[in-house]
Design a protein around this ligand. Structure first.
Ligand code: ZN
Length: 169
């Protein structure tokens, strides 16, 4: 547990330049769902400031029951209306498959996870699948969603066109 000490120190510096409190509702009424990848500084790469957006992250940036839980709270209680997805190149979720990963965990721990790890083979397809899951969710107030892939080699994001989108060409 050495990293926490460095973080506490860094936080001391952050607190000294703290820009002041912000409203709880995201100023730009947007929620970003993204992979947990360590190479994606989402606020910087999307031009977001403190207070602008909700950021929901998990391995792969996939739409799980818990992602929908967060988005539902984000929309019903905190006023967000757009969803932006950020997947990326060279994702860890392309480097195995659900069965092999289940085997790996079971061999190491004796227990097989009951949840699907959600590996994928084509990142563009996974973005389209994620957009579909958001559009199909019955709990959201807004189904406005657009999806992107971030290139970890160039820093650029590329929008994934979604032929199934209702009003999006
Ligand atoms: Zn990833």
């Amino acid at each position: 547990m050495a990293e926490i000490d460095r973080m506490l120190e860094a936080n001391e510096k952050w607190a000294q330049r703290f820009p002041g409190s912000k409203p709880v509702r995201p100023g730009r009424a947007v929620a970003v769902v993204a992979c947990m990848d360590a190479r994606m500084p989402l606020f910087q790469l999307l031009g977001l400031e403190v207070g602008d957006a909700h950021v929901i992250r998990n391995a792969g940036g996939v739409i799980t029951e818990d992602t929908i839980r967060s988005l539902t709270i984000s929309q019903h209680l905190l006023g967000t209306r757009e969803v932006v997805l950020v997947h990326h190149t060279d994702c860890g979720l392309e480097k195995s498959d659900d069965v092999s990963f289940g085997d790996l965990v079971e061999q190491a721990t004796g227990r097989r996870p009951p949840w699907a790890p959600r590996f994928f083979t084509d990142v563009d397809d996974d973005v389209r699948e994620s957009m579909r899951l958001i559009r199909d969710s019955p709990y959201l107030l807004s189904h406005e969603v657009r999806g992107t892939v971030y290139d970890v080699e160039t820093g650029r994001i590329r929008e994934i066109k979604d032929p199934a989108a209702p009003h999006h060409s």
